[in-house]
Design a protein around this ligand. Structure first.
Ligand code: MN3
Length: 207
């Protein structure tokens, strides 16, 4: 029997202050979103995994199966938010200036222009029914960039795509500031997009 090392997941550091994305996202939303919502996903993931390990040690298969939706939901929430925070950044640190290099070239190749890409992305993210995530992903088999959407906290990797950029369109991400106007939130986010992070993710995806 090999010893299984059990990971306890941690809330990652937010790479900027709560007010760093103002006026696009208020400090109030950032604090609640990061320190309450994301933290709850991490905590609930760890609780579900602990129960899962316990069930596994007893060969209690039905309990193991029953815990999978909590692991998927909370684990997906943790993974997706961890990407989202790093996709954003303060304007003072260069956010909002648009993609450069190979990522910029591939966006033009696959969508026609950066503006055409943004328009298509905005539409896709805005039209997600209920809670979910809008994505730009890289398809490693066809070697193209694709816009995709996921419900709840489903993972982009489950669609065979490597995450480059994501936008959280759960109401908790914008409602205190933008009310029902999700389209305005999605459009405003381009001002605080950290393209250096997306370029790094893209380089990792293509190598
Ligand atoms: Mn969220």
């Amino acid at each position: 029997m090999s010893e299984i090392t059990k990971t306890v997941y941690q809330l990652p550091d937010l790479p900027y202050d709560y007010n760093a994305l103002e006026p696009v996202i208020t400090a109030e939303i950032m604090e609640l979103h990061y320190s309450k919502h994301h933290r709850a996903y991490v905590n609930n993931l760890n609780i579900a995994l602990e129960k899962y390990h316990e069930a596994e040690s007893k060969n209690d298969l039905s309990s193991m199966i029953a815990l999978q939706s909590a692991i998927k939901f909370n684990g997906g929430g943790h993974i997706n938010h961890s990407i989202f925070w790093t996709n954003l950044g303060p304007v003072s640190k260069g956010a909002g200036q648009g993609p450069k290099g190979d990522l910029a070239k591939m966006i033009v190749r696959d969508f026609g222009s950066f503006d055409a890409f943004k328009e298509k992305f905005n539409a896709a993210a805005t039209m997600i029914q209920g809670s979910g995530w809008g994505w730009l992903g890289y398809n490693k088999s066809s070697k193209v960039l694709e816009i995709a959407t996921c419900s709840n906290h489903d993972l982009l990797s489950s669609m065979g795509l490597v995450p480059i950029l994501t936008v959280d369109v759960w109401e908790h991400a914008y409602y205190l500031q933008y009310k029902n106007l999700r389209a305005d939130f999605v459009k405003a986010l381009w001002q605080v997009m950290n393209w250096r992070n997306m370029e790094d993710r893209f380089m990792m995806a293509i190598t």
